[in-house]
Design a protein around this ligand. Structure first.
Ligand code: NAP
Length: 522
């Protein structure tokens, strides 16, 4: 009876490392690894030991006989992978062990960010060095895009944060959040306090489409919409009240983010009421009247950017119809039928303009050479993320990320800026799911360790975390430590318990910070 990997898989390959018979693929370096597709267990080689299930950070692996109905198709999906990839073989091969180079306790290292790439870098630094590590984030709460980006109806995926939380409690780790690098503290100042700084700041802003009407009210970037429904503090609803003229939203792009947005907009509100979606979004979605989301793919269905696992997850929404339109056969020029909920994936179709006097009323599209208007109350641009530049740090405007050579930040002259490193989407651009960041983080930490071994990065120069936190506190008023993170977490979970939800997130900085003050008094 083999184990099976299911939809929630984050592909971070933690399971690959513990499998005694090497039956989980693709592994790093094999075809397909590094996308956000799930990993697969070879049913013919699996010895059913369960080590992978224990190691899985998102609880995505089950024995075949314990799969629920929604996960049963994944048994075939796991097996099919090995039929489709005969070149990939299971069974144990030799493993190459890297020589250990210790980075001593005199090193003070800062990690900016608490998302997946920063979390994996922290884990690697704790495991591979004796350095003291200070974790900095601009929000009081940790998690980066796991908290602010992962859809509220994908709770399993957020389990990855438990592993990072363990690291925050490590005696060599100091947590200092509610500090924005670039605004409260400059990179040059941070350089004074630490021997090395790893920037894992992700990519939280949007690429622009460059079409007429893109900035009309009713047109929003998916990044802003997702931040709003995931309760990023003090973020307003990025569109006005929808007038229900057409009962329709148009989403540009066919990536997993586009599918997340479509699924959340069309989910029955009772389904969302059991999640950690922001209260402000729950309140609004209860009274909005969208019944159709049209996704625009400028190329063919075979070029769609979503992964098969996420496409299948659409089936988990009760009553949701999903239609794939490859040849402009589905007419979406009349208002949507309010008696049903439907996603139409329209391929070979590009947006030309957002049309409307004071707000979006239609999206003008070019469908294989024919231009027409799709009536819509909302336009969501889901065409990829960009990193937000940090004042005082080199930035590649064209690529929307921080220039680097294998994780070492480089300046305008192309030279490495000693002691500055980057990891994750901020390093390579916005591609790949959560787990892809593990291998990426290992590579950046490897670069740092190599620099220490080569005598290019001295320790003991930085004044360290205590002095840094003291300085930051004078600037921002309240620096949130690990105790503060815990009290926000506990308070949110308590608010959730009352409503039968995993948590009810705070939506304002002031409320988050107030909950850390209350816990200090008790
Ligand atoms: P993405 O996967 O890169 O998709 C971007 C989409 O925008 C593509 O369909 C692309 O089409 C389209 N696009 C780009 N420029 C366009 C233009 N000018 N006009 C029309 N269409 C345009 O980006 P994403 O959805 O933001 O996702 C980012 C990463 O996060 C991905 O790796 C994704 O898998 C991952 N993610 C994973 C999950 C999950 O696993 N559950 C959830 C969310 C996100 P072309 O292909 O034609 O360029």
């Amino acid at each position: 009876m083999p184990h099976v990997i299911t939809q929630a898989c984050c592909s971070d390959a933690s399971c690959v490392n513990v499998c005694p018979v090497n039956c989980i693929h693709p592994t790093p370096g094999e075809p397909g690894f590094g996308g956000s597709e799930i990993l697969h267990i070879d049913p013919d080689t699996c010895i059913d030991c369960g080590a992978c299930a224990d190691a899985c950070p998102v609880d995505a692996i089950y024995p075949l006989d314990r799969l629920g109905p929604a996960d049963l198709p994944y048994a075939q999906i796991n097996a099919d992978f090995y039929t489709e990839h005969p070149e990939i073989t299971s069974g144990w091969d030799a493993v190459e062990y890297r020589p250990a180079v210790r980075v001593g306790s005199e090193y003070q290292i800062a990690i900016v960010g608490t998302g997946p790439s920063a979390g994996y870098a922290l884990r690697e630094l704790v495991a591979r060095t004796d350095a003291h590590i200070t974790v900095i984030d601009k929000l009081p709460t940790p998690g980066g895009l796991v908290r602010a980006g992962v859809a509220p109806d994908h709770p399993g995926t957020k389990g990855v944060l438990k592993g990072f939380d363990l690291m925050y409690r490590h005696p060599r780790v100091t947590v200092a959040t509610n500090i924005e690098v670039g605004r409260d503290v400059s990179p040059a100042e941070i350089d004074e306090y630490f021997d090395a700084v790893i920037y894992g700041v992700g990519a939280s802003s949007a690429r622009k489409l460059g079409i007429d009407g893109e900035d009309l009210p009713g047109s929003t970037a998916a990044t802003d919409l997702v931040a709003w429904y995931n309760a990023v503090p003090d973020v307003p609803r990025p569109f006005p009240d929808l007038p229900a003229r057409s009962h329709r939203a148009v989403v540009v792009g066919t990536g997993n983010v586009a599918l997340d947005v479509a699924r959340i907009l069309l989910s029955p509100v009772e389904r969302l009421r059991t999640t950690d979606i922001a209260d402000r979004a729950l309140e609004y979605l209860t009274r909005q009247d969208l019944h159709e989301v049209v996704l625009l793919g400028r190329r063919a269905a075979t070029d769609a950017a979503y992964t098969a696992a996420e496409f299948r997850a659409l089936q988990s929404v009760p009553g949701l119809e999903v239609v794939v339109d490859e040849d402009d056969g589905i007419d979406v020029t009349a208002p949507a039928d309010p008696s049903r909920r439907r996603i139409v994936l329209k391929f070979h179709t590009s947006p030309v303009a957002a049309v409307g006097d004071e707000a979006v009323e239609a999206v003008r599209v070019d469908a294989a050479g024919t231009v027409r208007d799709i009536p819509a109350d909302l336009l969501v641009r889901s065409i990829g993320y960009r990193s937000v530049p940090i004042d005082g740090l080199p930035f590649d405007e064209a690529a929307g990320r921080f220039p680097n050579a294998a994780g070492r930040i480089t300046g305008p002259d192309g030279g490495v800026q000693p002691g500055r490193y980057v990891v994750g989407w901020a390093k390579r651009g916005p591609s790949g799911g959560i787990g892809t960041n593990r291998i990426d983080a290992i590579a950046t930490v490897e670069a740092l360790v190599e620099d220490v071994a080569a005598g290019k990065l001295a320790g003991g120069r930085g004044t360290g975390s205590e002095a840094f936190v003291g300085m930051a506190r004078r600037r921002v008023g309240r620096v949130v430590d690990y105790g503060g993170l815990r009290s926000i977490d506990v308070a949110e979970r308590r608010r959730g318990e009352v409503q039968g939800r995993p948590r009810v997130k705070f939506e304002r900085f002031a409320d988050m910070l107030a909950s850390t003050r209350r816990s200090r008094r008790t």
